[in-house]
Each structure stands twice: as structure tokens, then as C-alpha cells.
Design a protein around this ligand. Sequence first.
Ligand code: ADP
Ligand code: ASP
Ligand code: MG
Length: 416
Amino acid sequence: MQVFKFGGASVKNAEGVKNLASVLQEVGYDETLVVVSAMGKTTNALELVIKNYFDNKPELQNAIQEVKTYHEDIIKGLFENTHHHIFKKVATIFDDLDAFLRRNKSPDYNFVYDQVIGFGELTSTTIISGYLNDIGLKNNWLDVREFIKTDDYYRTANVDWEQTQSNIKANFDTKVLNITQGFLGSDANNFTTTLGREGSDYTAAIFAYCLNAEAVSIWKDVPGVLNADPRYFENAQLLHSISYREAIELAFYGASVIHPKTLQPLQQKEIPLFVKSFLNPKNAGTRVGKGFGIEPNIPCYIVKKNQVLISLSSLDFSYIVEENISEIFKLLHLYKMKVDVIQNSAISFSVCFDNTYNNLERLLQHLKAKFKVTVYDNVSLYTVRHYNEQAISSIEKDKELLLKQLTQETIQIVTK
Ligand code: ADP
Ligand code: ASP
Ligand code: MG
């Protein structure tokens, strides 16, 4: 049993879907589960739909139409027969979306978000499964929500491993080619939940764990895991093999090529993870596995843009101690801020975080009642693993330094 994951970039147009089919033909698809994300930037487009819906914006209909037209164009590029049943099938999915938005009365943003956002993956897998069947790659479309069960912490639901394991054991046919949605699950009331943005890699790992798969391959628009994101760093080099531990660290610090939750389940069962190019499927890519360290052993650079750095001091210049810090963290948790770095001195406490859910203003309102707050918006956080002098100076060059922290293996620098 092997598990493949194809992300949005790999299936952003009809060519991409055809390429997915070629990859399967080239590398083989016996006893394979294929996990697929929403096509291209569909998840972002659906986020806009949800925002317009809650803000009662007249742009809502346009936003929905854009998602529909985008998928219709892809179908037209894949199926010559304009009477093919796929057109009807996809139209029905979008009818369900319209019906949900018409009938919904829940004011809970996170709940509605998950119900709407899931249409991206449902549509992509329906199209891809239909196309593969059409060209002779017979496959089974699975609704992932019947397998992956979670709590109802909408937008970052937690997996109920026991339920999920028993669903997979009871109902998953390992002998055929299966296609299913990444990113989605369902709660005890069978409402759709999601595992967090970019969570499809994690879906692949959940199935691999429960199925005791031989390997997971995630197919990317890069040759594998590089020592830096090629969008921001020149001359990024391919890492041939890295240990689970190293991959966990890289993902934790924000190397967006692997979703951070993906690695733990794989490590537990020592299932190797391959990160490979969907354009050169026969190339080796990167192998993440047991005990390799990192090969080649070179500094790895990670940048997170658009972070927020705040510095807090008490209004009466008293020390910032455990009590204040625990209060600060309670608020950071309440507003779902993802904390990257903290630094503490006698009278000030600095914290750099990711304002993923746009709750900064509300957080600041709370904090300003108790602390003197200095805010640096839109800062960049650089992390270098296995740093050396040259690596540090290349980051610091021409930038305004706001915070710096070193451990034996890792340096973190916040710059304006
Ligand atoms: P998917 O289509 O599976 O969602 P992503 O776009 O999330 O794929 O991940 C691939 C992208 O991750 C690459 O295009 C690259 O810009 C970025 N990336 C960030 N860090 C790294 C890294 N260390 N190695 C390779 N790619 C990286
Ligand atoms: N489609 C989801 C997202 O864009 C999940 C994923 O791509 O992994 O976040
Ligand atoms: Mg992605």
C-alpha cells in the first residue's frame, strides 16, 4: 500500500490533471491511495466567498461564480464530450453549496467556514476521479469524511484516531486505486471539519498510519525539500535525505513544503516520506526517514513573512513574571495566534506570531488594558538551521534587526 498526495499547484488546470494521470502511469498505481487538495487557489477563492457571505456583500454571487467558472473551464479541457455526466455531477456539487448558503442560520464563522471550504476538495476529487476513470485508470472515489473523524474545533480540528482507525479498518479496500479529499474530516454530528490550511499532507499521513502503508509520496512543483524556499532564496539546493527529526524542525519553523503535523504519525510507524517533483516523477527527490540527519549537511533557511512582533511592558514598570506571561499566552491562544518566538527580559516580554485569523486588533485591545504595548506589524522571521557566520551575515545584511535568538543548531532573526 502506498499513499500519494497531490497539492493544489499540481492540479491547477487541465494540463495539471493530465499530468497527474501521467505520473500514476509512470510510477505505478497498484494498491494506491491518492489524496488530492482543492485545485489551484480554490481554497483562497472560497475563503473570499465566506467573507462576502458574512459581510453581506453584493460581491458574493460573483465570488461563487468565479469558483464555478474556474472548474467548468478545467472540465472542458479534460472532457471532449460536453454531455459527459461529469458536468451534471459538478453542477450538483455547486447546487449543494448554494443550498447550504441559502439555508444556513449559524452565525458561527468557523463552522460555516468548514462547511463551505470543503467544496474545493469535493469538486477537485470528483473531476479527477471522473477523468481517470474515463482514460482507463479505474478508481474508487471516497468521501474522506466517512473515514477521518475529528472533534468540532472547526478550522483546525483534532483527529479522533481510534474512530478513524476503525473506520479505515472496516471500510477501506486496499486492493484498488482510491481517490479521496485532503484537508477534510467530519465531527460526531457528521458536519464537515478541516485539519488546518495546507492540511492535505497530514491527511496522507493519517491514512498511511492507519493502513500501515509502505511509503507516502507528496508531489510538488519543486524537486524535493530544498535548503531554502526558492521563491525567496537564490541557489536553493536539494536535500537528498533528512531525518524525521530534521523535517519536523524545518516544518515547525515554517518550511511550507511539508505540513508540520504530517511527520509525527509517519515517524511513529517509520513510514518513509518522499517529496518529489510532479514534473520529473522518476527523479529521487527527498527521502525523509529514520536516522539520516541531513544530507548534504548545509545551512537551511526558512522565512515567514507578514509576522507580528509585539513588546509588552507593565504599565507601572514592575517585572513581567509568570502571572503576566500566563495571561498573555491565554489571550494568544484565545485569538488563535501561532507563536513563533518569545524573548523575556526584566521589564519587557516580546513575542513574534502569525496573525493567521486576523484577530490582531481584538488581541491588542485586551493587552493594552494591562500593558504598554509596542507593535511591529509586517515583520519577517528568518530561521537558519545549522547556521554559520556566513549564513547569519547574509540574513542580517541591509535589514533592520528587531530580535535575535540563538540555540546550538538554530538561529532566529526578526527583521523589519
Ligand atoms: P502543494 O501544492 O502541495 O500545496 P505547496 O505550494 O504548499 O504545495 O508547497 C510547495 C512550495 O513550497 C514550493 O513551491 C516552494 O515555494 C515552497 N517551499 C517552502 N520551503 C521550501 C523548501 N525548504 N523546499 C522546497 N520548497 C519549499
Ligand atoms: N486546500 C487546502 C488549502 O489550500 C488544503 C491543502 O491544500 O493542503 O489550505
Ligand atoms: Mg499547499
